[in-house]
Design a protein around this ligand. Sequence first.
Ligand code: ZN
Ligand code: ZN
Length: 140
Amino acid sequence: MAAIRRLGGHSTADQIYEAVKHSYPRVSLGTIYRNLRVLCDRGQIREVKSGANFSRFELAGPRHYHLICRVCGDIEDSAFPVDGSLDEKVQATTSFKVEHHRLDFIGLCSRCQTQTHDRTHAEAHTEVSTAEAFVGTSGD
Ligand SMILES: [Zn+2]
Ligand SMILES: [Zn+2]
């Protein structure tokens, strides 16, 4: 927990492991994963899928949309406000009980944009995004 807060933003399990190892040299990566899982289940942290082959974790706070770089997997928080009315609109179309939604915007981070000058301009433009399921939990 403290390690995630200290790292700030969206950390991978590896980064959290490295940070925790400073204080607890005997901790294993498996333990880190288990603890992350427990914290997720308790709702204290959130897992953020970056589309890359690893997940990142952030402290559970106000919901926000994510900007995900498809090249380096970097995740930024979007300042765009979460649209709660979407839940109701989707709810109106289904018997599924919508509780909240997630939305990721996929594209290139500022760093990767400058590194891909050889690509066409159009390609560097933010790709369409939408997606990610509507997740419903039974709310223990
Ligand atoms: Zn990037
Ligand atoms: Zn975030």
